[in-house]
Ligand binder design. Structure first.
Ligand SMILES: [Zn+2]
Length: 359
């Protein structure tokens, strides 16, 4: 890397990097919850989006919990779009508070402080990507193997060597939670992990959304020493609109690597792939009945909203009719009074002409 540059979200990401690593159960559970609530389609069958794969092998929150987090995020969305990345911290705090409030889903009521802390962290880390000043954005894309998945795209031109702090990732303190192995990474001795522990960890946060390329990748991961965070930097100039890609290592996808480089190589030379390991990585995501539940709840909510709107319109029409009737009555009364007054005037003048004036 020739030159280190730090962008808009540098200080904000440094703040998010701080703190002792959390336990993997909280990290995995909350990462899955936040992704499903904020970024999964409300209608699971919508073809323009996709059902995100989960890091964990089970998914506990209900459809109602997903809906509550989604609604809380939507309510405070403008806070993630301020001039300062710090606004995302306020936004994430508000989201947390509304989930702790009265009438919250039992899932949130039963969450301990550590779980809510990590939920808030994730909402801030992903929420800042909504900001038009952020260097990157999260999008659903057609993947090279024909399926759909998340990807990080550059929103602005990025210089070679520039740190993309918004694409931050963190690892927990342990690897005790079974995961779908979507984003495993090795920590280094300089990070704040317990010494002598198994160093393979699951990566959570926006950094995990960067897809793999065998050859034409444009970013690399770096550790943020003294913390459990990983950050991304540009290996070459990246133009606005380009997908960020990373080499996960030769062993990651093995001979069935679906990346664009391997697809191209296969077409050109008939070779299998650039990667040569035996291990293929294909863990199916757990079925998310909660997404179907949420879809049902959203449909029900929309139905109720439509019924409320129709009822309001009915009342308005009725009120207008009453008003028209009332106006007619007033007009008729006014006309009657006018006629009466005219008759009174006629009578008065008739009286005045018939009575002779006494000199
Ligand atoms: Zn490949």
């Amino acid at each position: 890397m020739s030159e280190v540059k730090n962008g808009w979200a540098h200080e904000f990401a440094l703040h998010l990097s701080e703190g002792a690593p959390v336990d993997s159960a909280h990290a995995v559970g909350m990462e899955d919850l936040v992704i499903q609530a904020l970024f999964a389609p409300c209608k699971p069958a919508n073809r323009r989006t996709h059902t995100p794969q989960t890091l964990g092998l089970s998914f506990k929150p209900s459809g109602n919990a997903l809906l509550q987090l989604y609604s809380a995020f939507e309510t405070h969305k403008s806070l993630f779009q301020g001039d300062e990345p710090w606004a995302a911290l306020i936004g994430s705090q508000r989201v947390r508070e509304s989930l702790e409030g009265h009438g919250t889903d039992p899932y949130f009521a039963n969450c301990d402080k550590a779980a809510l802390d990590i939920l808030q962290w994730l909402v801030a880390a992903y929420g800042v990507l909504l900001n038009s000043r952020s260097l990157v954005k999260l999008r659903v894309t057609s993947l090279d193997d024909g399926s759909h998945g998340f990807a990080l795209y550059s929103r602005h031109d990025i210089a070679a060597g520039e740190y993309i702090w918004e694409a931050l990732g963190k690892v927990p303190a342990d690897n005790l939670t079974s995961t779908s192995s979507l984003s495993m990474i090795r920590t280094t001795a300089k990070q704040n992990q317990a010494k002598g522990q198994e160093l393979e960890r699951v990566l959570y946060g926006p950094a995990r959304m960067i897809n793999h390329r065998c050859k034409m990748y444009n970013v690399a991961l770096a550790t943020h020493d003294g913390t459990s965070a990983f950050v991304i930097y540009a290996l070459r100039p990246i133009t606005a609109g380009e997908e960020l890609t990373l080499n996960y290592g030769r062993a990651w996808f093995g001979p069935s690597c679906p990346c664009a480089d391997c697809v191209l190589l296969k077409q050109v030379s008939g070779h299998s792939t650039l990667a040569n390991s035996e291990t293929a990585k294909s863990d199916p995501p757990p079925t998310l009945a909660a997404l179907e539940d949420r879809h049902g709840l959203v449909s029900e909510m929309k139905k109720q909203e439509a019924e409320r709107y129709r009822e309001e319109r009915r009342r308005e029409v009725l009120k207008n009719k009453e008003q028209v009737k009332e106006n007619k009555k007033i007009r008729r009364r006014r006309n009657r009074m006018k006629k009466q007054m005219a008759r009174d005037d006629d009578n008065a003048s008739a009286a005045s002409t018939s009575v002779p004036v006494v000199p």
